[in-house]
Design a protein around this ligand. Sequence first.
Ligand SMILES: Cc1ncc(COP(=O)(O)O)c(C=O)c1O
Length: 380
Amino acid sequence: MIEVANRLKHVEEYYFSKKLREVAFLKSQGKPIINLGIGSPDLEPPFKATMLLKDSLDDEGANKYQSYQGLPELREEIGNFYKTRYKVSISGQTEVLPLLGSKEGIMHISMAFLNKGDKVLVPNPGYPTYAAVTKLLEAKPILYDLKEDNNWLPDFTALERLDLGKVKIMWINYPHMPTGANATNKFYDEVIAFGRRHNILIVNDNPYSFVLNEKPISIMRYNNAKEVCLELNSFSKTFNMAGWRVGMLVGSYEHLSAVLKVKSNMDSGMFYGIQKGAIEALKCSDMWFVSLNSVYQLRRELIWKLADGLNCTYDKDTAGMFVWAKLPPHLKSEEFTDLVLKEHSIFITPGTVFGTNGEGYVRFSLCASEEIIKEAIARV
Ligand SMILES: Cc1ncc(COP(=O)(O)O)c(C=O)c1O
């Protein structure tokens, strides 16, 4: 075996990559596993988006390499989407960069702005990829606490006390995964001021703003945001297109140019048909969002019942496609989820996957039909 690069020595295989192998093994042994662990939307993408993808296959040039920045119509439509849905004005031509999903954007942004030894502020709990990518680039994640008693928002007094000298990036993500917490106007103003004061790039990872969330917000709506902020967004949850791999990055031309320098050396554009479908998805009417959310609303009510059955507590005033639930005192997340898997064949995610502050919590996904969730309730 050839020795692997040093950078791999500090990074674990992604939790779900490992755990889903175990779940697949249990299934192969005949266990009737119910998967409430992963947030992979089971609902269909917009019908017209799928039609456009199919219909575009015979277009001239559909098989060719595509532009590194995506089709101009796709960027334009992303600009329109931001205007209609977030009331934010961004230029489709210069302030949008389509991505092959937002997860790759986390790597591209990090490669564009981090040097070895730089520091990165990462939420605890939070999406594990922020810290993993930071480590892959031999930079240092500095975990900042999010706590329930502060509604899962950072404590800026504590942040100001840190040695911020080498901090280049701060990851934020509201509506927050895994807790479902939303941020306030005050928070966005504060975080932008913090970024400007310390010359830190603030990246808002925003894939959940259209799921069970009354007021979708883009950080770009706040004063001075373009100076220090980037925003990642995704079609995965908004349009049930997780496997299509479409996301976008929004921000100033200067910041995006740096990211494009990385991206254009790493991939060779997004498949034409997927871009055509994505353009159509962005044109969805209000009805799309209403029907998507009515399904998730019903599922969430059932998941609350399931959580009740497992003696967990939860906040009902949250957004996104998960229920974040607190365990009865003294129970450990991983022991609890292993027990639920063993006794009820239900896979849920231990809160510790998202950081030490997730201890004592579990995450239920809403990506399963009502029937399946009812079956889970019956089992417990
Ligand atoms: C907070 C957060 N950011 C980013 C992603 C990645 O989404 P995408 O499918 O756009 O790569 C996810 C996916 O689960 C997520 O939960």
